[in-house]
Structure formats: C-alpha cells, structure tokens
Design a protein around this ligand. Sequence first.
Ligand code: NAP
Length: 543
Amino acid sequence: MDDTRDMDDPQETMSEAAFLAQLRAAFSQMPNDIPIYMFVSRARDDVFAQTNRQIVRIFRELTSKITFREYPLDHDLARKWNVTHSPTLLIAPDRYAIRWLGAPMGEEGRIFLETMMMVGMGKSHLNAESKNVLQKIDSPRAVKIFVSPTCPYCPQQALNGIQAAIERPDLISLEIVDIQANPGLADQYSAHSVPQTFANEVLIGMGAQSQELFCASLKKLEPQSVFIPEVDAELVENDVVIVGGGPAGLTAGIYAVRSGLKTAIIERDALGGQVATTPIVENYTGFSQVGGKNLVDIMVSHALQYTQIFQGEAVLDITPGNPMVVQTSRRKFHTRAVLLATGASHKHLGIPGEARFAGKGVSYCSTCDGPLFVGKNVIMVGGGNSAVTEALHLHHMGVKVTLVHRRDALRAQDVLVGHLKSAGIPILWNTEVKEILGKKSVEAALLINNQTGETTTLPVKGVFLAIGYQPAVDLAKKIGVELTAEGYIRHDRHRTNVPGVYSAGDVEGGYKQIVTASGQGAESAMAIFEDLINPYWQTRKEI
Ligand code: NAP
C-alpha cells in the first residue's frame, strides 16, 4: 500500500471524533451502495460470525450506504453465489467477486474498511503500472489469500487482492481466507504460513508483495520477484531518503523533519521491521509490556505526523552524486542524503527440508503462523531473546512447543528465561535439527544430540526458527558502502565511506535492541542535518 499522508502541522493529531466525522463525510460522497451479505451455518454461529455482525454494525453507524443481510448456508442465495463455508462475507456480490471466509479480525479490520470505501467509490486506487498489467489479463483468475488476524504482512497482500478484484471484476475473483476460522482449508492448500496467495490453484505469492509484483504474478500465474516499470517514474525532490521503516528509520524520519529536512521513508515490506512480528516487548522505555505490532502502530502514527512513508515500494538502485538518485519500483527520488536503515533478515538453518517446507510447517514468524498450530506439537529452534519470546507466545496461544537449543545454556535475557521456566516449556539441550521430514507438509524433525551423537525423529507439525538475523546489506554493497568483517555497515557516527550515505539500526550491528535502533536513527538524522550544512566529505578525507 502506498501510504503517503502528509501533515503540514506536526502538532495536529486527529482525534477519534474528527476521524469518524471524516469517514462519514467520505462515505456520504460515494456514488455506490455497499451491500454486505453474511452466510452462516446454524451449527457454526461462532465467534467469527459474531465478530462480523459487530464489525458491520460499527461501520453501518457511519453510513446508510452499507446494508447487511444474513442468510443460512443452505439458502438459495448461497447456492447462487456458490458459498460453502461458514461464516462467509460477500461484499457487493452483484458487482464484485470479493469474499471473506471467516472474519476480518485484528490486522484485517483496517483492510475491511478500505474495501468498503473502494467499493463505495467503485475505484481500486491501483497505480497506473499495476492497472496496465491487470488490463492485459485475458482469462479468469480465482484468487485465494490465506491470512491470520495477527500477521502484520497480511493486510498488504489482502489489499492487493481486493484492489485487483475491484479493478477487473470481469475476470478476477477473490477469497480472503482467515486460517483461524478455516484450518481445514489451510491444510488442504498446505498454507501453513501467511500470507500465502494462490491463483487458479497455483501458488503465486509467499509473503506480502508490492502491488506491482502481485499484479505481475497474477498475470503470469507464477511468483515474480522483479517488476520493471514500463513508463517513466514520477520524480520526487527530497533532502533525505530513508530506506527502511523499522524503529531506526521511523525515528530518523521524525528527527529529520524536525530539523527542517524534507524527508521520505521507503519500506518494501511491513512497517516496523522485526518489531512488527515480536509478540511482546518488555524493554522499550515507557512500556512495561506492549505487543510488538501495537508499538509499531504507535511509532508509525507518530512518524506520519511528520514525514511521508512510501510502503510496499522497493528501492532498486541508488546512484550517488549531487543530487543522489534513488530509484524505487514506483518512482525516482532526487535527494541530498540517503539513510540506510535496512535492518536485518532472519537466518536460515540451511538443512534439508527447510526450503521445501517453507510455508508448509516451517515458519519464521510465530505471530503470523502460530494460530494454525494450536493444540499441535511444534519445535522452536534457537536460544536467544527471539526464540524464547516466540516460544512463550506459542505456548500462551495453546501450541505445544518444545525449545530446541544447540548448547546447554540460553543466550536470552534472564527475565525471559525465568518466564520460560515458569511456563514449563520443555527444552532439548545440546540438540540440533538435521533434517525436516514430511510429504506435503512437516511431519517430523530429525534431531541429533551433539554431545552423544544420538539421533531422534520427533513427530511435529511445525518447525519455528529464530536463530538470529543477518544484516540486509545488498543495497549498501551495490553502491560501494564498506562492510565490517561480520558483514555489517562500517560507519563513523553513522557516516559511511560513501559521501551522503548514512546508516542506522540493526544493519550497523551492535546491540540490536528497539531502543538502541531508535537512538541510532535519531543520531543519524542529526548527523545528516549537520553535514548538509557543513559537508564532512569536504573537510575530512577518511572515516
Ligand atoms: P541471537 O541473539 O543472535 O540468538 C540466536 C540464537 O540462535 C542463539 O541462541 C544461537 O545459538 C542460535 N543459533 C544461531 N545459529 C544457529 C544454528 N545454525 N543452529 C542452531 N542454533 C543457532 O538472535 P535473536 O534471538 O533473534 O536476537 C537478535 C537480536 O535482537 C539480539 O541482539 C537480541 O537481544 C535482540 N532481541 C531483543 C529482544 C528483547 O529484548 N525483547 C527480543 C528479540 C530480539 P548460540 O547461543 O549457541 O549462539
């Protein structure tokens, strides 16, 4: 999604009442009615059906354009529209083929609101390049996107599907499948990680895609990793372009704008970086306990009071110079400085079965995929803060988790180890995973005790991996930024060896805490401000 709200007055925050008034005004301008139908089987009038009624009731208070009708699953209309799962929501079924199997809970609530607004307007709000790709589709596409309420990546992918279905109602139909409400369907598709997208029964996307990549994958019916725009990109003039929307990038954005610098943050995936998928954070000052995604939402709202954020947009290239040119998948930025706050991506074990079962029982995100494993046996591999935090999260949601660690002591902080012990989560010490076994999805893990050499086959449905992160330095390398021996960006008070290019956060190595990343973002923005007044590369030769 391209979220480009720009607020001139940093003091101005929108109260809830003002926000609702704005929504009412927006709905009143819409030319189209928004009929919503829910189909529920009498046997399954459950929490999902009740949630749907509540959500629709809240939105109906905003406008009379939304109408709501409820029918049993054996009703003629269910047959007419081929509805087979309970509950199913249909949105304007005479105009579009958009349905929710389950309920738009948690992260999906915002997307449900956006859907109604797009349906009310009759506009997809896709950019020109994406529309161009979709116009070339000449045969039907039946899209299924598997999501979970706690997955921070899912809304972006769900939105892609909705926009496509609104843009080409003649050929594109969409089912958003909530895995919590439909575990059987997720099993049938072996969709054990979210978001996962199928079109005409073919897997076209694992994880969230930019809208252009989604459209291209949908057209070609295979996952695409690169999108080359056909038309000349829009040009945006800036003082600072920040690559990465985690705590470092978001904080840098606030500080840069407060210093008077015109700033843009560009984030390819979900905002918040690793924090967005951290179940609970207990060591960010001011919050004794806060959900990672909640903390991200607070940070993003704060940053949006100052700076533009371009989400779902990948930086493809940076050309140093005066101005520097940052080419993204959608546009071109001219800028005086670039801040690399690209963070880190999770490490892989590199064992047989890991890649084959990715999304089919192998997971790197317990907040996203945990709900599918409730009541099932899984292992969590790793001994650091992430592995312990995520094992606790799985345990608390009812997943039968065992921690597997290669040594006889955990690296995680004492307080987390204390929580782990109190929860009674079993730990297999001195144990490594040699292979992940199964047919269509994970069925077992082959373990070896590295002290005794003894091997065991442990039947599990899921293998969660939290074995650390590696810095995301592809862009840095491409433009000649020097790295340390450990592969992090080499810097001197956030200044890299390339004039005008700065770094902050986990990509620099160091302590890798949310609070330190935020601090590095602030320092980096201040360094940029100082240098744009008095360029260091004109007074110093080396760092
Ligand atoms: P980490 O601290 O680097 O720990 C990685 C763990 O995975 C270690 O226990 C390591 O074992 C194990 N490991 C690495 N490679 C492995 C392999 N090939 N096979 C088996 N095990 C392997 O990573 P993290 O837990 O993701 O944390 C990353 C950073 O974020 C850290 O600085 C951490 O403090 C921070 N973080 C903080 C919080 C918090 O404060 N609440 C939460 C999450 C993360 P060894 O111990 O044997 O090396």
